[in-house]
Write a protein that binds this ligand. Structure first.
Ligand code: ZN
Length: 293
């Protein structure tokens, strides 16, 4: 068997030492230097293209769960007005169909732009009149210090070189500007209890799995200062974990309860609250600032 660490290089601490963490449909390695989790060896381009090709849930907005997502996004935007209100220029990296940007626009700010590598999702966003560039953040080549706030919801775990992406965000932000990230947190009750059924791993799409400490390390490497970590209480991960557990035992029953997924999420919210109250939630919102030099 090949050495787990063969060809491994940590994007944060540059260690080439790694050990096996978990094997799902892809092996996940844990950096021997800083504990960061990475798919290793990484999936090839064809595998990734297939994984995003159709039915990728974050790019689809239908039914109750679509409305629930939109409600959560509008609530987030209300909570974050300090960073998102005019005259701030707001950039959404990995904006998908543009729902978060639409919420920012609805709240009164038209100085918004998005970047999205998925052409179909970007086209949907553009149909709403949003300025969305197709491609990566690097492709968009924004000028230095041209943005006041960057938002990136469930983006950083998808990019191949997350510290490089953070450095590019740092370049584009003005000094004193803020970066707001939403992402899964492996240092959580959910990840510990649900194990391989935790949706936060999501291979092959999640190339990196962060925890609060490894994220803080990555942000610091890129020149940011982490100022706030909010532990969200959403039952989504418990609902998915339960469905995966059931699917292994009673696939027909799991299929039958699929339409009740939103109810499962609501029912699981008290469980999620335990993680949030103990500051070990599987879903976090992090605010980091680019210090004024
Ligand atoms: Zn490392």
């Amino acid at each position: 068997m090949a050495d787990v660490a063969s060809g491994f290089r940590c994007p944060i601490c540059r260690s080439t030492d790694a050990e096996s963490w978990l094997t799902l449909s892809y092996p996940i390695a844990r950096c021997g230097g800083c504990g960061l989790l990475r798919l290793h060896p990484p999936p090839d381009d064809a595998t990734l293209a297939a994984a995003y090709a159709e039915g990728y849930a974050p790019h689809i907005r239908t039914g109750i769960s679509g409305r629930a997502k939109s409600w959560l996004e509008r609530r987030s935007v209300r909570q974050l007005q300090h960073y998102l209100a005019p005259p701030r220029r707001v950039l959404d990296v990995g904006c998908a169909t543009g729902e978060l940007l639409l919420a920012v626009r609805e709240a009164g700010n038209a100085h918004i732009v998005g970047v999205e590598p998925g052409a179909d999702a970007a086209a949907t966003a553009r149909q709403q009149g949003l300025d969305v560039r197709v491609g990566t953040l690097e492709d968009a080549a924004f000028t230095d210090r041209s943005v006041d706030t960057i938002i990136a919801s469930h983006t950083l775990e998808h990019v191949p070189e997350p510290v490089e992406t953070l450095r590019e965000m740092h370049r584009v932000l003005r000094p004193g500007g803020a970066l707001i990230l939403w992402l899964p947190n492996v240092e959580s009750v959910e990840a510990r209890v649900l194990g391989r059924r935790w949706i936060g791993y999501d291979p092959p799409r999640h190339l990196t799995t962060f925890g609060v400490s490894t994220l803080n390390h990555a942000l610091t490497e890129a020149g940011f200062r982490m100022v706030e970590v909010r532990h969200e209480a959403v039952g989504l991960e418990w609902a998915w974990g339960f469905r995966r557990w059931l699917r292994e035992r009673r696939p027909a029953l799991e299929h039958a309860i699929a339409p009740a997924h939103p109810l499962l999420i609501v029912a699981a919210t008290p469980l999620a609250a335990i993680g949030a109250l103990s500051r070990r939630s599987g879903r976090i919102r992090v605010i980091a600032v680019k210090p004024v030099d």
